[in-house]
Ligand binder design. Structure first.
Ligand code: GLA
Length: 719
């Protein structure tokens, strides 16, 4: 007998809601994830009462649940794939007890399968302010034999059938966040990575759009797995016309083997939806990450401007020259001096020494103390590069403990950048690393670790021959947490050959990421645009590098290099001793401008846009849009005789705004004959120009004629 009544659970955010239906003795059915619904809105009828059975189907209707399982009537992708020596290959939830952990906000669904002897705890939290949904699953093996778990989704999300495309990121080393858009069709869409780290080429996140969605308008959905290891996401068309989106850790064979009584918890799936387009979604993810970041002292302080030694001197770090670099850096206004690779025992190139984490006696016979004291005396903090999870075959550590490298007996050790991966899930290996790094942090006022990870994991065999991908990620997190607990004032930067480990998982422990080893400003424009979809600007390592850029050979002006880096966590990565007086003056001016703007740039919202004709822009403002900084980057020559105006659709149409051009002190005069006109002269004055919000939003801000690879920066304030 059918019934019109059913039980529902709803969670509401500011702009989004989710609704589940709870049929007795089953997993909850997905009824809605999307637009905000009125509180207590009842869907009116049980889902099955609203759908007729199709022909030639099972006689029981099985709609999408929060955890669809294989073998008992669900023919789509399963959130769980497991067996016991070939048996219990099929699962079916026989009970569900919902438990509010925070009434109205956070819920755990306790699902059970009395036949396969499994329990699944699925936690679902919807943040009321950010509209961010966090899902996480724990599977318990209640049987008396081992369970082989092949796949466990952290979450299964419904997507409406009118979604039309999925935007994800491809890429590679020195070209991270390469945008890729695929149409959603009846074919399965899947991205997965088995490299053992977040990866350069397959970021664990994506954005699904609906027709007509733009940067600032329309409904979009996003999801990201907070995990620094293998991952898999799948979007599948379902026969009722909607899609399901599953996301979780990709488990290597055997990694999900659960002894009787054991359990496995997935990484968190962080998801959100917005009806304010890609930027609305980005704001939600930024809010969630800002809530999570664990700053020394409890709150973010203004991000100190860095000097990183890497591209300035590479491995050639000797105290005299490095001290001179520090002196030159301080004169530019740098606030934190980061000694990159090359400082530790035997490290003169990338073919040796990883694992020997004490100062090289030929370079630093008296240790690092003298250099650090010099840096501190200049008013700068000191930071140090380490790559704890790695070992060079040519190192004292490897010679003493060759068994500590991840390996598979009988198979070759595969090197990458001449290095092997240390099995840090071994307590003795992680204790060794802790002791070595703690000794440095205890002996010196080191306030920052740049924590690198410069290769993929292969072969990732543990000492007992089993796969160690998952163990390695958990051990890296544990080592970071242990060091942070012992030295809570130390910040960590997550680097992985540039952007190979950028995710919300590592950012439980880290405070900045190195976006890419490519510092070419033009390359960075697109990378940073993609980065900002999920991550806020204050954690985005953004450096002013050399011209020509080392990774591309392209040359850009100081102004363009600095303007591109301006909105992130600013750094300088070159040898400041080699700058001409004019270059140093100009860079000093940019650093001063960044310091003046960083409070505004690093709080509040970010809007990003493409205005056509090679113009990309970013607007950083408070939530009220009363005070903002606009950065406009011209990436190629204009193909217009007069450049079109730049529309700023996020501005309050009812307000008036003062637009003032910002240029650093010491900026060289503009080049070009056509760049002056009365409007621009006024905009460049202390008073600026005043325009109506509606005009700026609909008609736009006039744009100066400007050569390729130049920037325009303005303060836009409500008057
Ligand atoms: C990686 C990092 C660089 C630098 C080098 C040092 O490539 O991404 O920034 O630290 O390692 O070897």
């Amino acid at each position: 007998m059918t019934t019109m009544s059913a039980e529902f659970i709803a969670l509401h955010g500011r702009c989004s809601s989710l609704v589940l239906e709870l049929p007795p003795g089953e997993a909850p059915l997905w009824r809605h994830w999307g637009a905000r619904l009125p509180d207590d809105l009842d869907p009116g009828a049980a889902l099955r009462d609203t759908r007729a059975l199709p022909t030639f189907a099972l006689d029981q209707d099985l709609p999408l649940t929060v955890a669809p399982v294989f073998g008992t009537g669900w023919f789509g992708q399963s959130a769980l794939l497991a067996h016991r020596e070939g048996r219990d290959f099929a699962q079916g939830w026989t009970g569900c007890v919902p438990e509010w952990t925070v009434p109205g906000r956070a819920l755990t669904l306790h699902l059970s399968d009395a036949v396969a002897q499994l329990r699944l705890d699925l936690s679902i939290t919807l943040d009321a302010d950010s509209d961010v949904l966090v899902l996480r699953a724990t599977l318990h093996n209640d049987g008396d034999s081992a369970l082989d778990l092949q796949w466990l989704a952290a979450g299964t999300l419904p997507l409406p059938g009118h979604c039309d495309a999925v935007r994800s990121f491809a890429g590679q080393h020195v070209h991270e966040f390469l945008p890729q858009t695929d149409p959603l069709t009846r074919s399965l869409w899947r991205r997965e990575s088995r490299r053992g780290r977040t990866s350069h080429d397959c970021f664990p996140g994506a954005v699904v759009t609906t027709p007509g969605a733009t940067a600032q308008t329309g409904r979009v959905f996003g999801a990201h797995l907070a995990w620094s290891g293998n991952h898999q996401q799948t979007i599948e068309w379902l026969h009722d016309g909607q899609y399901q989106w599953q996301f979780g850790e990709w488990l290597a064979p055997g990694e999900g083997r659960l002894a009787p009584g054991a359990s496995l918890t997935t990484p968190e799936l962080v998801a959100s939806c917005s009806d304010q387009g890609l930027d609305g979604l980005a704001a939600n993810f930024h809010a969630e990450l800002r809530r999570r970041l664990d700053w020394p002292g409890g709150a973010m302080r203004p991000r100190p401007v860095h000097l990183n030694t890497w591209e300035g001197v590479y491995f050639d770090v000797h105290p005299g020259p490095v001290k001179a670099m520090a002196t030159a850096a301080a004169a530019l206004g740098i606030e934190r001096f980061v000694l990159d690779d090359g400082w530790f025992h035997g490290r003169h190139h990338d073919r040796a020494a990883l694992g020997d984490w004490w100062p090289d006696a030929t370079k630093f016979p008296d240790g690092l103390g003298g250099l650090i004291a010099h840096v501190n005396a200049l008013g700068m903090e000191f930071g140090l590069w380490v790559e704890p999870e790695m070992v060079s075959p040519d190192s004292e550590l490897f010679r003493a403990h060759p068994d500590w490298a991840l390996q598979i007996a009988g198979r070759p050790l595969l090197t990458a950048r001449n290095q092997l991966v240390l099995d840090i899930a071994r307590p003795e290996a992680s204790d060794h690393l802790f002791e070595k790094i703690a000794a440095l942090l205890a002996a010196h006022p080191i306030r920052y670790l740049k924590w690198d990870l410069n290769r993929d994991l292969a072969p990732a065999g543990l000492g007992d021959g089993r796969a160690g991908y998952r163990a390695q990620v958990l051990a890296a997190y544990a080592l970071m947490a242990r060091l942070r607990a012992a030295f809570p004032e130390v910040e960590i930067e997550s680097c992985s050959g540039g952007g190979g480990r950028i995710d919300f998982g590592v950012l439980r422990h880290a405070h900045r990421v190195w976006t890419s080893d490519c510092i070419d400003a033009l390359s960075r424009v697109e990378m940073q645009h993609g980065f900002l979809q999920f991550f806020p600007p204050e954690i985005m390592g953004a450096h002013v590098g050399t011209a020509p850029a080392h990774t591309t050979g392209r040359t850009q002006s100081m102004a363009f290099r600095a303007a591109v880096a301006l909105s992130g966590h600013l750094g300088v990565e070159l040898d400041p001793r080699r700058l001409s007086t004019e270059e140093a003056d100009e860079l000093r001016g940019w650093i001063a401008l960044h310091k003046q703007l960083r409070e505004r740039l690093h709080h509040g919202r970010v809007w990003r846009g493409e205005a056509g004709d090679g113009l990309r822009w970013q607007f950083h403002a408070d939530a009220d849009r009363a005070d903002g900084v606009l950065i406009v980057l011209r990436t190629r020559p204009s193909d217009h005789r007069q450049p079109p105006a730049l529309r700023l659709p996020m501005l309050d149409a009812a307000a008036r705004y003062r637009v003032r051009e910002l240029r650093p002190d010491g900026a060289p005069p503009r080049e070009g004959r056509h760049d002056t006109a009365p409007f621009f002269d006024a905009q460049d004055s202390a008073e600026g120009v005043t325009l109506a919000g509606a005009w700026l939003a609909e008609v736009g801000l006039p744009m100066r004629r400007a050569p390729a690879e130049t920037a325009f920066i303005a303060r836009i304030e409500r008057v």
